[in-house]
Design a protein around this ligand. Structure first.
Ligand SMILES: *[C@@H]1O[C@H](CO)[C@@H](O)[C@H](O)[C@H]1NC(C)=O
Ligand SMILES: *[C@@H]1O[C@H](CO)[C@@H](O)[C@H](O)[C@H]1NC(C)=O
Length: 494
């Protein structure tokens, strides 16, 4: 058993047993809430403690109160004392009560988090101009009062995701004329809910089982910039779906199989279009986007594009979409099998200009080959020249390196140096040696040659070549013969 567990046990077990301290007292004294200050805001954190009542002594001047992940079924009575609160987190409790009336007097309350509670109905009795963020996600809300937001003119972010809403009152948002971001994802809508808002810019309707989109689905939201309709069951986008403001349309993971020239023709400011994971087969013509000059980002991955027909449209749409798609690998053919995984462009080119490209590839390959050949040859030549020119220095350099690396190799380097002096055979003979050399070129043999030459000219020619320059085959006159004989006599004298 660890000391840090053992020690308190030893201290308070006897006290409990003797009746001096009661167990409940000890728990309350154990400070269920922590107080601290961050960025000049005083926090009281009572989260994650399984409590259903607030302890008595708390910092009622706190600006942030975290009561999340507890067992509050009602707003605790002491809450009324936190008049300076800016942020109240009561998420993950079991509340089903409307918000208390005293919120109306709190001037600084901005954020109320009631996510993950037990609300089934949402009433709108409260009049507060301070609340800007209201999180009602992960409840069981199926009914919303038409006046639910009528008292919250400054509400800008409302999260109603993961509830059981299948319809919204038409006039629900008319008074909330600062509402900017509305999250209705994971509810039970089958249509885009019809309501009016002059301020809403971002509407989330993901995972709602919506199967219908109507021409007027976006009407009434005359400042809408982005709508998320992903993960629904929409099969058709109606022609002339109209919005003069919409810039981002997310229709990913629906069941849309076709578009027309008029699908996006009434969305003049469309900039981002997400059609991932739908059922498109036929490659679109670029005319579908003729009215969308600001389109800059298109998502089309996860559609099984058919490149059948190999029309020039493959090429044109590819060139139009390629700069706009985030992942260029999404413009690939799924069928027919001989072009699966090829880009639309590749499939078209391979089919209609199959002969062009291999030829150009061959020419390119040959040219690259020639260039490599030239480079390699010149390198080899240069290396050889460099070796010839700087043999001794190269050897010296090698010796140094070898010495640095290992002494065992030193003898080898020395032997290289020894080889440098000229070999004995290369030296000119000394005078004495010269005297001892065979006298191949001596003149006394000449008379024989001359005689032979006179008898057989061809034979003499061969022999004279084998002997050397002095006996070269030359026209011999009687004069020359006599001169040689005279010289011979001179040698004898010497
Ligand atoms: C509300 O609390 C939940 C759970 O703690 C959290 O995930 C969510 O972001 C909070 N909402 C806001 C608006 O702070
Ligand atoms: C693929 O097959 C089709 C016929 O189904 C043919 O027209 C086309 O030329 C082929 N494409 C390639 C690149 O082989």
């Amino acid at each position: 058993m660890r000391v840090d567990v053992l020690l308190p046990l030893m201290v308070w077990l006897p006290a409990v047993l003797s009746g001096v301290v009661r167990l409940e007292d000890y728990q309350v004294d154990d400070q269920p809430c922590i107080s601290y200050t961050i960025d000049g805001l005083r926090h009281v954190d009572c989260s994650d403690r399984g409590i259903s009542e607030l302890p008595q002594e708390l910092d009622y001047d706190a600006q942030v109160l975290d009561l999340s992940n507890n067992n509050f079924a009602t707003f605790p009575p002491q809450l009324e004392k936190f008049t300076r609160l800016q942020k109240l987190d009561l998420s993950s409790n079991i509340l089903a009560q409307p918000m208390p009336f005293y919120f109306e007097h709190w001037q600084h309350l901005r954020t109320v988090n009631l996510s993950n509670n037990n609300y089934e109905i949402w009433f709108g009795s409260l009049r507060t101009s301070s609340i800007k963020v209201l999180d009602l996600s992960k409840n069981k809300i199926n009914t919303i009062d038409a006046a639910a937001l009528s008292g919250m003119p400054n509400l800008s972010h409302l999260d109603l995701s993961e509830n059981r809403i299948y319809d919204l009152p038409m006039k629900m948002f008319t008074a909330a004329n600062n509402l900017d971001n509305l999250i209705l994802s994971r509810n039970y809508f089958s249509d885009v809910p019809k309501f009016q808002s002059t301020s809403l810019r971002s509407l989330h309707l993901s995972s709602c089982q919506i199967s219908n989109l109507n021409v007027d689905s976006l009407q009434g939201m005359n400042s809408l910039l982005a709508i998320d309709l992903s993960i629904n069951q929409i099969e058709r986008v109606p022609d002339n779906l109209a919005s003069n403001t919409l810039q981002e349309l997310d229709l990913s993971y629906n069941e849309i199989g076709s578009l027309t020239d008029d699908t996006f023709s009434s969305l003049p400011h469309l900039a981002v279009l997400n059609l991932r994971g739908n059922e498109f087969r036929e490659v679109w013509p670029t005319s579908y986007f003729a009215s969308n000059p600001f389109l800059r980002e298109v998502h089309v991955k996860g559609n099984r594009w058919s490149c059948d027909g190999f029309s020039v449209n493959l090429l044109l749409t590819y060139e139009y979409l390629a700069p706009k798609v985030v992942d260029e690998r999404s413009l690939i053919c799924y069928t027919p099998s001989n072009v699966t995984q090829m880009s639309w462009q590749q499939a078209y080119i391979q089919t209609w200009h199959a002969t062009d490209s291999p030829e150009s590839y061959t020419v390119m390959a040959v040219m690259i080959g020639i260039i490599i050949g030239i480079v390699v040859t010149s390198c080899v030549c240069r290396c050889l020249m460099a070796l010839n020119r700087s043999d001794p220095p190269a050897t010296n350099g090698e010796t140094t390196v070898l010495n640095a690396n290992s002494n065992a190799l030193q003898p080898r380097a020395e032997s290289v140096e020894i080889r440098v002096p000229l070999r004995e055979e290369d030296l000119p003979p000394t005078y004495d040696e010269a005297l001892l050399m065979p006298r191949l070129n001596s003149f006394h043999s000449l008379p024989d040659f001359v005689d032979e030459e006179l008898d057989e000219p061809t034979r003499h020619y061969r022999r004279s070549r084998s002997i050397g320059d002095l006996t070269e085959h030359r026209p011999r006159t009687s004069d020359r013969r006599s001169v040689r004989r005279t010289r011979m006599v001179e040698i004898y004298i010497n």
